[in-house]
Design a protein around this ligand. Structure first.
Ligand SMILES: Nc1ncnc2c1ncn2[C@@H]1O[C@H](COP(=O)(O)OP(=O)(O)OP(=O)(O)O)[C@@H](O)[C@H]1O
Length: 254
């Protein structure tokens, strides 16, 4: 059974159709990249998948059950790490939030926090406050907080969009490693075509202003580049260049 199904989901916001009927499924352990022009509904699609937005038509199911609201089984990483982390809590304190919310007993929290901090390479920074960390490290704290939650689904909304190119590439590689080690299922929104292909098992391309002839779902492209991937050879691989060219056209760059 798919972990997530969009069953002809339509979404209207502010009296406008943002998402025209959209159907796709996500299997456990898949990494789905979502790409499209600004305002085409990428965040809205993530929010619907997380139960924050109710479809005006169709339904979203998780493990075969129609979702009716938010769940602890879904964790969110936002682009704006500065606002996602509480500045008055240390790194450990921020991660503890997810465990407190999930009702994990105090005696079990410390071990889970050190495990996720180890996983994201921040064990030495547990007692620091977010402002004492670089942007990339703060983003890793957000990711660690999500991992501590042990979610079924990880939603990432342009998580690396505010980082410099080198930090972004190293976090992409770290994320790929985590996904493979932990068998995570991820929906990852990005503006960056190369990032979408580099990370994804599939790329979903959305278009703005859908019509019956040109629905929101412009394309779903399988990415067959083998793992492990690396920034140099993967991006020269024919299975990288082909979807890059196809998606470039789908996104209206003809
Ligand atoms: N609560 C809302 N009420 C009305 N309109 C909304 C609401 N939320 C989003 N929209 C509109 O829906 C459209 C899609 O927004 P969304 O944030 O999903 O796009 P996006 O593809 O993620 O954009 P970006 O790439 O710029 O982040 C936009 O035109 C936005 O203005």
């Amino acid at each position: 059974m798919p972990i997530l199904s969009f069953n002809d989901v339509t979404i209207h916001l502010g009296g406008r159709e943002i998402l025209s009927p959209t159907r796709f499924e996500v299997e456990k352990g898949e990494f789905i990249s979502i790409i499209g022009p600004s305002g085409c509904g990428k965040t809205t699609l993530l929010r619907a998948a997380a139960g924050f937005v109710t479809p005006s038509g169709g339904s979203v199911s998780r493990q075969g059950k129609v979702i009716t609201g938010p769940s602890r089984e879904v964790a969110f990483v936002f682009q704006d790490y500065g606002r996602a982390l509480l500045p008055w809590r240390t790194v450990e304190g921020n991660i503890s939030l997810a465990l407190e919310a999930a009702g994990v007993p105090a005696g079990q929290r410390a071990a889970r926090i050190s495990k996720v901090l180890e996983t994201v390479g921040l064990a030495a920074h547990a007692g620091k406050f977010p402002t004492q960390l670089s942007g990339g490290m703060q983003q890793r704290v957000q990711i660690a907080r999500c991992l501590a939650q042990e979610p079924e689904l990880l939603m990432m909304d342009e998580p690396f969009g505010a980082l410099d190119a080198m930090t972004r590439e190293s976090l992409q590689d770290e994320l790929l490693r985590l996904v493979r080690e932990q068998g995570l299922t991820v929906l990852f929104v990005t503006h960056d075509l190369e990032e979408a292909i580099y990370l994804g098992d599939r790329v979903i391309a959305l278009r703005s202003n859908p019509t019956p002839q040109q629905p929101s779902l412009a394309a779903v492209i399988d990415v067959t580049i083998p793992h492990p991937r690396d920034q140099l050879s993967t991006k020269e691989h024919p299975d990288f260049l082909r979807p890059r060219r196809d998606l470039y056209h789908y996104l209206g760059h003809d």
